[in-house]
Design a protein around this ligand. Structure first.
Ligand SMILES: [Zn+2]
Length: 217
């Protein structure tokens, strides 16, 4: 069994590997706001447990067991978020921090009951795919709105770590699945202009557009 600290490391390595193909000590240290020294110490511990492959100065990689352990934490996190929103009626902007704590403590039995109550869902409230019990996870082909050209798009998912973005989306009644047209991109001003089905036009800052993931319609 991995400890909750180890689980947080495994999760960060998983996200880095998924995003960029590999993780480094420096990147993990930045993500977790720790020194490289303490990350290195943990890399040796995770390697001793057979969760990662680690050779100093050569790089590191999740072992299959480490990957599965990380995906199980992600599964718990996303199911908890959905349970808090759907059943307990929390707003989607309030649940990430709660899930960060709860993901390390709830039992498999409790999690399975929550999964059953939710009807074995495939996505969390922010649009992220929920890995199944075996660590299988749907492929996500969405890309950041910031990288999109003019065209017609649908919101697939939104980063869940920054509640102010989710609150802004609430205010604008922008939801997962919502469609819009990207009209204009003003890189210099850092602003995108989108038009919704209702005809309403919205200005979206580039920072927000980096955290909103879309697919072409
Ligand atoms: Zn979250």
């Amino acid at each position: 069994m991995a400890t909750s600290t180890e689980e947080n490391y495994l999760k960060v390595i998983l996200h880095l590997e998924d995003r960029k193909g590999a993780a480094t000590v420096g990147e993990i240290a930045t993500e977790l706001e720790l020194t490289s020294g303490s990350v290195t110490t943990m890399m040796h511990a995770l390697s001793d447990k057979g969760l990662i492959d680690y050779t100093p100065r050569r790089g590191l990689k999740l072992q299959p067991r480490g990957r599965l352990a990380a995906l199980r934490v992600v599964r718990r996190h996303r199911l908890i978020e959905l349970f808090l929103v759907d059943v307990m009626k929390f707003d989607w902007s309030e649940v990430h921090d709660e899930a960060e704590d709860l993901e390390h403590v709830i039992s498999d039995r409790l999690l399975d009951r929550m999964d059953e109550m939710l009807g074995r869902p495939t996505h969390d409230p922010h649009g992220d795919p929920i890995p199944d019990k075996n660590g299988e996870v749907a492929v996500d082909v969405s890309f950041p709105l910031a990288e999109a050209g003019e065209g017609h798009y649908r919101v697939v998912r939104v980063s869940d770590g920054d509640s102010s973005i989710l609150e802004w989306l609430n205010e604008k009644e922008m939801k997962i699945g919502g469609e819009f047209e990207l009209n204009r991109k003003d890189r210099a001003a850092g602003i995108l202009e989108i038009r919704r089905k209702s005809g309403e036009t919205l200005q979206v800052g580039l920072e927000l557009a980096r955290q909103m993931f879309v697919e072409e319609v």
